[in-house]
Design a protein around this ligand. Structure first.
Ligand code: COS
Length: 386
């Protein structure tokens, strides 16, 4: 799935213009009010951003993963909260339905996900199950044609905006084979939200707990219709999502480097621009080289994903997606740290964007699998190779 290069370039140019003209000027508003303005969300709908990854047959734009990563990189050249509004519809919220859903589930949910009329969140993590995703304890008990779901999901992105959740629950006993993925509509009796999480950064990004107390969900809402397949669905969704997150890291690194160069050109010490000092140039050079390497890694891995007949089920691709996620998110951490260093004391002040971005990018090394989980995926894969 991909769109032709000419149409894609037009879309990419529109997104670049949208980022520069609409989103960058609204960054301070989002930081101050912890909210992405409704008129910006409306513009995102009109641009088609919610449906970037959804096939045209379901009303989306139908980008390949490589094209999606290029757009994600552009969207991440501004406060990450903006991308977060559309992020779960493009990625972890929708992809389980797209990859493993029945024809009826795809027809029912994907068009509204693509238009942005339905926001969909991904609910895997729990208070006692983060990195060890196979240990979730939210349970689903069969009751006639329904399941009764009970438990708590934690740190759920876009939960406050969501009309539905792709939610993993234990229906079949212990271990990863006991997990089933459901589409759970948000308005069902027994489903409630916790108070908003107070986070280190990414103000404007909405996360909170989702509580389920005997929530009655039809068995027909099991993704793919077969219980016990939910862990694999979640892992495939995350493999793909990790490339998207890697692309975000590249976009944000680009922005931080831009801010750093601008400051190094403007700030004078010892009678000259600080950027004329070789020690400052060395920091800029390290960031530039790492950014180019990271971008090449994301795009080449996404190209291999698009070319693989197995896609997200391909263990080699999953391993490479983990490499990209690990390398790119660690890279942006270093770029942000150098950005603050180049700004000196001003870099610690919230008048400058690098202070905010430094906090914002910290999350990239944690969600959709910590760096250490990526190392485990890579290491395990290598040790299996003959
Ligand atoms: N695609 C398809 N199947 C996959 C898969 C993938 N990408 N990854 C794993 N599986 C399958 C395995 O092949 C295995 O299948 P079998 O039982 O048929 O052999 C099954 O899933 C269990 O896999 P595994 O034994 O590797 O599971 P573990 O419990 O050891 O967990 C990790 C593996 C740690 C990699 C997993 O729990 C993980 O990714 N954790 C991080 C979770 C995360 O990213 N959370 C973020 C939440 S969303 S912001």
């Amino acid at each position: 799935m991909a769109i032709d290069q000419e149409t894609f370039q037009l879309l990419k140019t529109s997104v670049q213009r949208f980022v520069q003209e609409r989103l960058v000027p609204a960054e301070d508003h989002v930081e101050e009010h912890d909210e992405v303005p409704a008129d910006i969300v409306q513009d995102m709908k009109e641009l088609g951003l919610f449906g970037l990854s959804i096939p045209e047959a379901f009303g989306g734009i139908g980008l390949s993963l490589e094209q999606e990563c290029e757009v994600a990189c552009e969207l991440a050249k501004t406060a990450l909260a903006f991308r977060s509004v559309v992020g779960t519809n493009i990625g972890i919220g929708s992809q389980g339905i797209l990859m493993d859903g029945t024809a009826q589930q795809k027809a029912e949910f994907l068009p509204r996900i693509a238009s942005g009329d339905l926001i969909v969140s991904f609910a895997l993590t729990e208070p006692n199950a983060g990195s060890d995703a196979a240990s979730i304890s939210t349970k689903g008990v069969r009751d006639g044609d329904d399941y009764l779901l009970s438990g708590t999901k934690r740190f759920i992105t876009n939960a406050t905006r969501a009309g539905a959740f792709t939610l993993m629950a234990r229906t079949e006993g212990a271990g990863s084979a006991g997990i089933t993925a459901f589409v759970v509509p948000a308005g069902l009796p027994g489903l409630s939200l916790g108070k908003p999480d107070r986070k280190m950064g990414q103000r404007g990004t909405k996360t909170c707990d989702v509580h389920l107390d005997n929530v009655r969900v039809p068995a027909a809402n099991i993704i793919g219709g077969v219980p016990g397949k939910g862990f694999k669905t979640a892992m495939k969704v995350l493999s793909r999502g990790r490339l998207h997150v890697a692309a975000l890291a590249c976009g944000m690194a680009h922005r931080i480097l831009q801010e750093s160069v601008a400051y190094a050109q403007e700030r004078k010490q010892f009678g000259q621009r600080i950027g004329d000092f070789q020690l400052v140039q060395a920091m800029l050079a390290d960031s530039q080289a790492e950014l180019l390497a990271a971008t090449a890694l994301v795009l080449s891995t996404a190209r291999r994903y698009d070319a693989s007949p197995l896609g997200a089920s391909d263990p080699e691709i999953g391993m490479q997606a983990s490499c990209a996620k690990m390398f790119c998110t660690e890279m942006v951490g270093r770029v942000a740290d150098r950005g603050v260093q180049i700004h000196g004391g001003s870099g610690y002040m919230n008048d400058y964007k690098v202070e905010r971005f430094y906090r914002d990018v910290r999350l990239l090394r944690l969600y959709e699998g910590t760096t250490q989980i990526q190392q485990l995926v890579i290491g395990k894969h290598l040790m299996k190779a003959s």
